[in-house]
Structures are given as C-alpha cells and as structure tokens.
Design a protein around this ligand. Structure first.
Ligand code: PRX
Length: 658
C-alpha cells in the first residue's frame, strides 16, 4: 500500500473537482483472490463481444421456459430489446427451481422485525407463499399486464408481493412508504393500478406508524383505477375499512392454494415500473422488463459481491421502495439462491448497535449499505460496532451517493476488520443494475472511487460535445452501448425517455452525473449535473419541491438547492418569497415544511427554509441556484455579474441577517 498524498474529505459536487490524488490502494487478500468467482480475464472476454457475453450469462444464470436465439436488437435506438424471442418466469427463477434442485431447505430470508420479532423463510416456504399470493391476486381479478401499486414496509410480504406479481405477469409499481398520500395517488393514476397492496402500518423507533390511512386518503377522490386494497396486518392498529374494496392479506393470501404453475413470459414483458425524480416536477415511471433485467442483476450480484450462495449471508439494507431493494433484495439474491437478511427498522432502534447486533446474530458475510449510514455510524463512534463480533464480514458494499474517502477508510477498518474488500457501486434506477464497481477479487480498491465499468458495460466520461476525455479529466458520465438491464422507457412517455436520456449526446445514454477519470483510469463520481438532489441516497428533484412549495397559498416563488451536509450528503434548503398577504413568522417555516411533507412525503421536507425578499435571476429569468447554493453552504457568493438585478444577493444577505 502506498502512502496518502492528498484525499478529498468532501466529495460532493465541486469539491471533488479539486480532488488531487488518492494514492491508497488495497489489494484483495491472497485467500480472497484465490476463491473469487470472477477473474481478471472477464473484462477482455466480455468486452470483445458484449451481446455474446450477456447471452452467455443469461443462459448460465437463468432458466428459460423457451430459450432465446437472439441477444441484442438495437436497430431502433434508443429502444433496445434483449433475448427477445425467449420466455422466462422471474418467480420460477427466484424460487421453484431452487426447490426442484434440492435446495428447498436453504434459508432464503432471515427477517428481523423492528420490535425484535423474527421469521425465517426457506426457499420451499417462500415458494409456497408466493404461489398463494399469486392465486389470491388472480382471484381478485388480476391478470397479466395489470399494474399493482405496492405501499409496504420492509417485511417479507413485500418480496412475496413482488414475486407473485412477476409470477403472473402483473407489473408492480412500488411506492416508498415515506411518500405521502398525494404522491401515492399520482403514481397510482399514472400507472392505472388495479390493485394496491399495503399494510396497516409498520414500526418506527419502537412505535407503531401507519400506512393504510395514506392509501385511504389517496383513494378518497373518485376517478381512480383501484378495485381492491389488500392489507397486511403488521402492527395491529385499527384501520378504516371500505367494504367490498379492502381485503385482509390473511383472508385472501392466507387461505389460497399452494398450487400454482409458473408459465414463461416474453423476455421483454414489463416486470415493473418504479417512479424516480428527474429534472422536471413530475416523477418518471421507469420501466424495466424481464429477461435482460434478471440477467444483469444476477450477474452483477454474483460478480461484484463474489457471492457463494452455499455459505454467504447477504444483507442489503435498502428499502424495497427503491431500486436497490428491487435489484439486490427482491430479485438478484433469490435468483442466485442466496441466503439474505431483511430488516424492517432503522439503525438506531432500539439502540445504535442494532445493525451490528444483526450482523453478529446472522453471521452476515456481505453487507451492502449507503454512505449516509456509514457517516452516521462514524458520528456515533466506533466503540459501538466494536462491541459486536463482526468477524463474519468478508465483503462490504456501498451505493447511492459518493462515499468520501475517510468514510470508506472507516468502513474498511472498523466494520471490515481492515481486510474485507469494499465495492463502491455506481448505478441508477434507470440502469437497473450495477454499472461501475470494482471486482473484489481482482481490483485494487481505492477509497472514494467506484473505479471500473463492469465487464460488458461501455461507460465513458465525455466533454460538452460528447468527446471522450483523457485520464486526469472530468466531464459527464455516459454509456455508449445498450446494456441488458437498461430501462426500456418511461411509462407512457416515449418522448420524455428520448429527451431525458438520449438527446444530450449523440448515440449515448446521458446519466445526469458528473464524473472524472483519474490518472490511473479509475472513475470518480462528482454528483449530479442536473436539478436532482441526493439526500441520504434518496433522489429528489429541486423542481418537485419548488412546485410543492409554490402550491401553498402563502408562497409566491421558491427556489430549492441541495446544500452539502456532513451526514446526509446533501440537505434540502429552500428560499421562498412570501405573498404580500402572508405573515412571516416562525410558524410559516413549520407550515411550509409540513406542506412539502404532505405533497411529496416526509423525506422531502426542507431542512432549512429561508424567507427572502427576492431570488437571484438572470436577464432571461432563470434562477441562479449556484448563488443560492453558495449562501446555503455559507460560502462567499460567486460571480453574480449575469444577474438582472445585482443588488439581489445583498438584499438576501441583509434579510438573512435580520
Ligand atoms: O448521482 C448518482 C447517485 O445516485 C443516482 C441514482 O439514484 P437512484 O436512481 O435513486 O439509484 C440509487 C441506487 C442505485 C446516480 O445518478 N449514485 C448512486 N450510486 C452512486 C452514486 N453516486 C456516486 N457513487 C455511487 N456509488
């Protein structure tokens, strides 16, 4: 290992541009490398003929009901098809085939509830549950192609629901439980969901918290497409009941038959829609299909986490409401026949050692979590994890936002016993699966960098004009060739799909992230270059929150920025101009925060709301968020010469002093 020269301690946005050199490298141990699943020759093999490589993975990792003869069809870009004439059932691949292969007794899920209740599902048991749910959903009128909105906490029924939908060819659309009734309704409407699966609630920090009331509220206004709401009893609290519409999970799924035959669906049959924030106010329904998605999630799970399904215990801490909880909780681990841990609660309940208690209890070997969690653990102090036996851990993963080198080093030393390789994985809801990451038995890992495009993936960093930049330079992250788990579009909006991802550069996918090749040819992610913020790894758009603020009668105008935050990566800071009639007092800030909570969800509530007399705008009326970001981050305000009125920043400064 070479010595440190310089390391950026704050990687977000511009700060990384100033990154000098990160010279720390960590080679995998000889033992790790010797037992690794994927070797260095994989890159050359995969990149020599990408479609052929993915075809090989699709055949090796999955069981097809009807084998495919074609791999990629890219004759109508940007609309790709993969394995188009093949047929496959995702649930059969995740479940039945493991039972048929004699692994029915292997644990699929160790569930740890927030109050400490536990459940274990073997592959045989999980298969039965999914068959029952598939029968129950069909008995409620659900057929192939119908959409199902899923508004559930992190409980096994979430995974069971998703796989039951996939089994019958229904398209799931999970809405994170932290989104509000309004956000839920707009997603139900956009996808025209026929069924909603929810629970009475869940537990948060030792107390019951509710979910069903938000579903009831979402469905108050007429004109929706929902025929039934299936309710899992989780925390036992009283719920309002709509006769004829609402049914208990236990009364339908609980009593359904355990016989259900999985039939193959076309490889390009839609598997799910997942809404995510973009540059405009309206969330986009990202569409994923079956064969390519399963291929790349399964491959990356095996290669990046060096998965040995007979011995590993995998724990991905992401909620099923996000893409990570789809790809690396619901699908890939089960497709690969792994044993995994699923946890309902937060890391600090009932105490700050909860994660490590779980690692010790289930002997977790692979832990996959987010930098925001790691920074929080650092803040709480290493004496907490030090109290637990973490020696089972042999690999650590990070996802969702850039991990700053110091957090990376802490993760390696305190959690990984100075030995476990760390894989920092870059990808997006749109990419479906990991795109840039080290291979743990091959790559010398480097703190803070996601490093290498996956085998078979053509990632590049380009300048304004789309030309590749040389090592040592920064630009925009793009993907030059289609990949199996790529989004197939935006639900109901092909134009927006083309505009958002394929119009910025010719024949390249534009990810929306700034990136840089360092001198060694490793990739560093520099944060979003568009109006998307990353709060604790949750993706939110500035426009979406601005729209929510302006929808309040007291607000005339609003501008939102993501300001660097030590723990959450970024924090939402809002600048608002009140309407003449509105009174500025402490209550208005609380009122507006709650209003955003109601419109979008608690995760979107601004950390800070500043009432200002004016907003900085260019002559063409564009808000100069860059200047507001300077204010929010406490810096000297940058070049304001293009402002239509250059006294505005002074006015803002004065008003904030007052
Ligand atoms: O900005 C990148 C950041 O998260 C964005 C994608 O967010 P989402 O679709 O919610 O998916 C998150 C989980 C895959 C990206 O555009 N991001 C994700 N992973 C990393 C990252 N930024 C830096 N390093 C990462 N490892």
């Amino acid at each position: 290992m070479s010595e440190v020269t310089t390391a950026a301690d704050n990687q977000s946005g511009d700060a990384l541009e100033n990154l000098l050199t990160e010279n720390r490298h960590f080679a995998p141990s000889a033992e790790f490398a010797a037992n690794a699943i994927v070797h260095a020759d994989e890159y050359a093999k995969a990149n020599a003929d990408r479609p052929a490589f993915w075809g090989e993975q699709a055949r090796e990792l999955l069981t097809w009901s009807k084998p495919f003869t074609k791999t990629l069809d890219w004759t109508n870009p940007p609309f790709a098809t993969w394995f188009e004439d093949g047929e496959i059932n995702a649930a059969y691949n995740a479940l039945d085939r493991h039972v048929e292969a004699g692994n029915g007794d292997r644990v699929a899920i160790h569930f740890e509830g927030e109050p400490g209740d536990t459940r274990t599902y073997t592959y045989a048991q999980l298969t039965e549950e999914v068959k029952k749910a598939a029968n129950a959903f069909e008995s409620l009128g659900l057929v192939k192609g119908d959409r199902v909105a899923v508004y559930l906490p992190m409980i096994p029924e979430a995974v069971i629901t998703l796989l039951a939908c996939a089994r019958i060819g229904a398209i799931h659309s999970v809405v994170f439980g932290g989104f509000s009734a309004d956000a839920l309704r707009s997603r139900i409407d956009d996808a025209e969901a026929k069924l909603v699966i929810t629970s009475d609630g869940t537990f948060r920090r030792g107390k019951p918290s509710s979910l069903k009331p938000a579903v009831d509220e979402a469905l108050v206004a007429p004109g929706h497409s929902v025929q039934h709401v299936v309710v899992v009893k989780r925390n036992g609290q009283d719920v309002k009941w709509v006769e004829g519409r609402d049914v208990w999970w236990d009364d339908t799924v609980g009593t359904a038959s355990t016989e259900h035959t999985a039939v193959g669906h076309a490889a390009e049959h839609p598997l799910f829609i997942l809404y995510t924030s973009g540059t405009t106010g309206k969330p986009k329904g990202i569409l994923h299909t079956t064969g390519g998605y399963l291929t790349q999630t399964a491959y990356t799970h095996r290669a990046v986490f060096d998965l040995h399904p007979e011995t590993d215990v995998f724990w991905c801490t992401a909620d099923v409401g996000w893409i990570t909880g789809h790809s690396y909780v619901t699908y890939a681990p089960l497709i690969n026949g792994a044993t995994q841990v699923m946890y309902e609660g937060t890391p600090d309940s009932p105490h700050q050692g909860r994660f490590w208690e779980i690692v010790e209890k289930y002997k977790v070997t692979i832990l996959y979590t987010a930098p925001t969690a790691i920074r929080t653990f650092m803040k709480w102090g290493e004496e907490i994890p030090n109290k637990y036996d973490l020696s089972s851990i042999r690999l650590l993963g990070s996802v969702g936002e850039p991990i700053n080198p110091e957090a990376w080093m802490w993760y390696r030393r305190v959690i990984g016993g100075n030995n476990a390789p760390i894989v920092d994985t870059w990808w997006q809801t749109e990419t479906g699966a990991i795109m840039v990451a080290p291979l743990p038995g091959v790559t010398n890992t480097k703190p803070g960098s996601a490093q290498v495009p996956m085998p078979g993936i053509a990632v590049d960093v380009v300048d304004e004009l789309g030309a590749s930049v040389p090592h040592g330079h920064g630009g925009y992250l793009t993907i030059r060739e289609p990949w199996p788990s790529m989004l197939r579009g935006i639900w109901g909006d092909n134009e927006r799909y083309k505009d958002t991802y394929w119009s910025r550069f010719d024949e390249m996918y534009f990810a929306g992230d700034g990136a840089k090749w360092d001198d060694d040819g490793d990739i560093w992610l520099l944060g979003r270059v568009d109006d998307v913020m990353n709060i604790s790894g949750h993706r939110l758009s500035t426009t979406e929150i601005e729209s929510a603020l302006v929808s309040h009668p007291s607000v005339a105008e609003a501008a939102v920025v993501g300001a660097a935050d030590e723990t959450t990566g970024q924090a939402v800071v809002a600048f608002v101009i009140l309407r003449g009639s509105a009174v500025e007092d402490a209550d208005i800030v609380t009122t507006l925060r709650n209003h955003v909570g109601k419109e979008i969800g608690p995760i979107a509530k601004p950390k800070t709301i500043l009432v200002v007399p004016e907003l900085p705008k260019t002559r063409s009326g564009k808000i100069m968020r860059r200047l507001l970001k300077d204010v929010a981050e406490g810096r000297t305000v940058g070049d304001a010469s293009t402002l239509a009125d250059n006294t505005v920043m002074n006015q803002i400064a004065e008003s904030l002093k007052a």
